[in-house]
Design a protein. Structure first.
Length: 114
């Protein structure tokens, strides 16, 4: 049985396998980092587009709204909000999860049907 050493340049089987594993791990880490960076960049771009859409439509964009949008890293959520922002009249409507969260179109403000 051969004795392995980690001294560079010896060319032992142990050293070769160690270096192969190290290189594979570095390549995998680099690929994961690149994918995460792309996803984060897409989310940031979608968040900025959403803020621009809201401002362009004249919907007030408070600090809370800006923080909620820019803190979101889920691309599907940002895309859903963007779609809702196309027809929304308030920021609350943009963040509504469904029809029950949005005010009824003919409900009077403040009176609540009384």
């Amino acid at each position: 049985m051969a004795v392995g050493t980690f001294f560079p340049g010896r060319g032992t089987l142990v050293e070769e396998k160690y270096l192969e594993g190290k290189a594979a791990g570095q390549a995998e880490g680099k690929a994961e980092g690149k994918a995460e960076g792309k996803a984060e960049g897409k989310a940031e771009g979608q968040a900025q587009a959403l803020l621009q859409l809201l401002r362009g439509r004249g919907i007030p964009v408070t600090q809370d709204v800006t923080e909620r949008i820019t803190a979101c890293r889920d691309l599907a959520t940002l895309e859903r909000w963007f779609g809702q922002a196309i027809t929304a009249t308030t920021a609350h409507e943009v963040f509504a999860d469904g029809p029950e969260d949005a005010p009824a179109p003919d409900a009077p403000e403040g009176n609540l049907g009384q």
